[in-house]
Design a protein around this ligand. Structure first.
Ligand code: GLV
Ligand code: MN
Length: 226
C-alpha cells in the first residue's frame, strides 16, 4: 500500500499539481479567459489550425461596429413545427464575442410554441422572459425535474449540460432572451439528435429504446425529414 510521507516525491508532486491548477479552476468551468483585450473573429480565415476560438482580425482593422450586433432586434418567424424561433447571437453571428466567453440568443414563441428539449455541452444558460408567460424546465442527471413559469423580467438558470426546454403557456406571443457563459455553447436538440441524424440511428435502437413499434419511429422521423 502506498503511504506517502509529507516529504516524498509523491506528496510534493501532488501539492504542485494542486497549486498549479487551483487558481485556474474558475476558468476551467467555462470558455478560457482571453489573453488580450479583444480578438474580433475573422470568420473568413481558415479554422483548420484553431483549437479554442477563432483567428483574430488585425486590431488595426477593428472598428466600433465589430462590438455591435443588431441581429436580435427583429421578431423571429414562429410558423415552424415547434411554434418557436431561435435567433442565435453566438460568435458565428457576432464575431466581436470571440474569446470573451459569452453569447446571447433571442427566442420568440407563438401561443403554445415550444423550444424543444435540448442541452448545451459547453455552457450554463440563463433565461430572461421579456413578455408573455414562459414555462422553462430542466431535468437533472438524477431525473429530477425543476421548472418555473416566467413573466417579464424574471430569470431561470439552466445548469450546464442539462436537458431543458421552454414553452409559451400564455394566451398571446412570448419572448425570451437567453445568455450563456460560452461564445459558442452548442446545442444537442433531443428530437433531432434521435430522429433526424445523418445517417439515421437504426430503427431497432429506437424501437427498443422507446418500447414502441417501427411505425411510431418512422412516423416521428417523417416529421423531421425535410
Ligand atoms: C434556449 O434554451 C436557448 O438555448 O437559447
Ligand atoms: Mn438552451
Amino acid at each position: 500500500m502506498i503511504n506517502p510521507s509529507s516529504s516524498s516525491p509523491f506528496h510534493i508532486l501532488s501539492c504542485l499539481v494542486v497549486f498549479l491548477f487551483l487558481p485556474n479552476l474558475p476558468s476551467l468551468l467555462a470558455d478560457p479567459d482571453p489573453s488580450q483585450d479583444f480578438c474580433v473573429a475573422d470568420l473568413s480565415a481558415s479554422r483548420s489550425s484553431s483549437v479554442n476560438g477563432l483567428p483574430c482580425k488585425p486590431a488595426s482593422k477593428v472598428t466600433s461596429d465589430d462590438f455591435f450586433f443588431d441581429g436580435l432586434s427583429k421578431e423571429g418567424d414562429t410558423r415552424g413545427i415547434f411554434g418557436s424561433n431561435l435567433t442565435a447571437g453566438n460568435v458565428l453571428a457576432f464575431p466581436g464575442l470571440n474569446t470573451l466567453g459569452i453569447s446571447v440568443n433571442r427566442v420568440d414563441f407563438a401561443p403554445r410554441g415550444v423550444n424543444p428539449p435540448h442541452s448545451h455541452p459547453r455552457a450554463t444558460e440563463t433565461v430572461l422572459a421579456i413578455s408573455g408567460q414562459v414555462l422553462v424546465g430542466f431535468v437533472t442527471t438524477g431525473n429530477v425535474y425543476y421548472s418555473k413559469v416566467l413573466t417579464a423580467g424574471q430569470i431561470f438558470v439552466i445548469p450546464k449540460g442539462l436537458v431543458h426546454f421552454q414553452m409559451n403557456v400564455g394566451q398571446g406571443k412570448a419572448l425570451a432572451f437567453t445568455s450563456f457563459n460560452s461564445q459558442l455553447p452548442g446545442a444537442a436538440v433531443v428530437p433531432l439528435s434521435l430522429f433526424a441524424s445523418t445517417p439515421s440511428i437504426p430503427n431497432e435502437v429506437l424501437t427498443k429504446t422507446f418500447q414502441v413499434g417501427e411505425n411510431v419511429v418512422n412516423s416521428i422521423k417523417s416529421k423531421f425529414s425535410s
